[in-house]
Write a protein that binds this ligand. Sequence first.
Ligand code: AKG
Length: 290
Amino acid sequence: MLTSLRPLVDDAKAAFERDGFVVLRGLLDVERDVRPLQADLGRLIQRSARVLGEEHLIPGNPDEFDRGFIELVARHPRASGLVYDMAKALIPFARLCVHERIVGAFCALRGAELAGSAEQMCGVRIDRPDNRFRSPWHQEFPSLFRSLEGITFWTPLVPMTAEMGPVLLSRGSHRDGVHRIDAGEGTEAEMAAGGYENFRIEREDEVLARHEIVAPLVAMGDVVALDFLTLHRSGINRSRRTRWSAQMRLMNFDDPVGIALGWTGGIKSGKTIGDINALIDRANAVVAAS
Ligand SMILES: O=C(O)CCC(=O)C(=O)O
């Protein structure tokens, strides 16, 4: 663990364990860590427009790197998937995924010695005002597995406002264990492609009623550290701007549930809903026996 993180994490650890999340204010340096990603996202939008046969100008103001993106998607719906998929290939994003302050915070919050970031654990969310990809209430663990002691580090890539619909968090819900999934009409292919709207936790209303819902407003450079079991969902983006954010997810190789399940992956690694619910039952049995 990084010694420079010691005071920050000492204060944060108790809150993380109590609430299932903590906001790490200023964990990232906006100029060094966020601006390069904004700039590359602007370039990626331009290159994606080129794939679709258009020339697109990159705005000068880094915070406005996506100006014209909503209109581009309206003309070419394929631009949305191109940018979403290829954002993960950008070098400043790869740097964030293994950023020493994120890894340091993970090791300190979890007391972990061996951390990892398996494939498909990290991504850039693009929440346009059409709210098409708004996520329902969910826990990270059943969609990714790897380790029960995982943490999602969520950081905004544009200046956030309350209107943009900050992520909703169910405070303390991480203590309820892993919830089985009720897929309803949803298909595995839909979920693997990032469409989670049909995938609900069983007895959603009853579970949510037990906890307070909060929506912390964070600034660029701030990072929300979220336990893999904390229930959360996207807020509604009521603004006229796309809410861009990055999610860096880390696992702990020494967590007993991860070991019992052989650090297996989730739906994006080809599991069916039946497989997922069987793994959830096994995970809860390991926790109950420990
Ligand atoms: O950013 C959001 O709207 C939701 C984030 C989320 O659901 C996740 O990181 O799993």
